[in-house]
Design a protein around this ligand. Structure first.
Ligand code: CP
Ligand code: NVA
Length: 305
């Protein structure tokens, strides 16, 4: 594994290895066991969109691994003034040991990896949010014991989260039913991947999708960059809320996961979020551990070079 651009690129074994390492790093951090696997290494963190969890967990994670994280706002870089990604990639590769990027186009992340010579991590594009879904899988495995055979459900927009969850869950032997309003389906490449899995269901009825689910996922109706569509989306998604009625269709011990930030009263009710806060904030914490595992997996060997 050279980069983390999207979960479609990873095998089930690679995902399992990351989750196992994440569990180990979480244990070490909790027990104050030093784990400076990336001592002396530097990670550039390019952000073209806002962030709370991703920025803080990557910065803290890199520091805990003995390395240096460097926050780079895309609007303050020459990239924001039109410097080509090919040039940015080749220049940054000469200073840094790894790059994490949050941006709009998946193609930009793929190009950064193509033209650079250091590992690239996708920290969210319009297409994918692989770091989040690794943390989600880690949390579900931690709380349910294993992933194989579990039934997941996602209610909401066919966005980066739905795209990545479909791939992550199916690769790990789970089934997943998703419910979205017509016109808000996941990306075509994801549908092409999922069509060979009998455990995948694309539905338009949230209760049908939630039936017998072990874990219910949701995400915002309007993602970053879609602020202008927020009102139209509020209307389109009105029946697609994770609430007590929808949860009643799931298993009695079903987990609820939300990548956050949450809009209470829109995609999830205040009551459901608070009733499942322990799982949701563990999920947020696991961003740190899962990403440290990704950083170590991608960058550790380069240290010997
Ligand atoms: N879940 C997530 O990626 O959060 P941030 O946008 O705060 O980084
Ligand atoms: N789908 C959301 C996820 C935020 C973490 C967005 O892209 O804004």
């Amino acid at each position: 594994m050279k980069h983390l651009l999207k979960l479609l690129d990873l095998s089930a074994e690679e995902i399992t290895d990351i989750l196992n390492l994440a569990d180990q790093l979480k244990y070490e951090q909790k027990h104050k066991i030093a784990h400076h696997h990336l001592k002396g290494m530097t990670l550039g963190m390019i952000f073209a969109k806002a962030s709370t969890r991703t920025r803080v967990s990557f910065e803290v994670g890199m520091y805990q691994l003995g390395g240096l994280p460097m926050y780079l706002s895309a609007s303050d870089m020459q990239i924001g003034r039109g410097e080509p990604i090919e040039d940015t990639a080749r220049v940054l590769s000469r200073y840094l040991d790894g790059i994490m990027i949050r941006t709009f186009d998946q193609e930009q992340v793929e190009d950064l990896a193509r033209y650079g010579s250091i590992p690239v991590i996708n920290a969210l594009t319009d297409f994918a949010h692989p770091c989040q879904v690794l943390a989600d899988l880690m949390t579900v495995r931690e709380m349910k014991g294993s992933l194989e055979g579990l039934k997941a459900c996602y209610i909401g927009d066919g966005n980066n989260m739905m795209n990545s969850l479909i791939v992550g869950c199916l690769k790990m032997g789970m089934s997943i039913s998703v419910a979205c309003p017509p016109g808000y389906e996941p990306d075509e490449t994801i549908l092409a991947f999922a069509k060979d899995y009998p455990g995948f269901n694309l539905l338009h009825d949230p209760k049908q999708a939630a039936a017998d689910a072990d874990v219910v996922f949701t995400d915002v109706w309007a993602s970053m960059g879609q602020e202008d569509e927020a009102e139209r989306r509020r209307q389109a998604f009105a029946g697609y809320q994770v609430n007590a009625e929808v949860l009643a269709a799931a298993k009695p011990d079903a987990m609820v996961q939300h990548c956050l930030p949450a809009h209470r009263g829109e995609e999830i009710t205040h009551e459901v979020l608070e009733a499942h806060a322990a799982e949701i904030f563990e999920e947020a914490e696991n961003r740190l551990h899962a990403q440290k595992a990704v950083l170590v997996t991608l960058m550790q060997d380069r240290r010997k070079m």
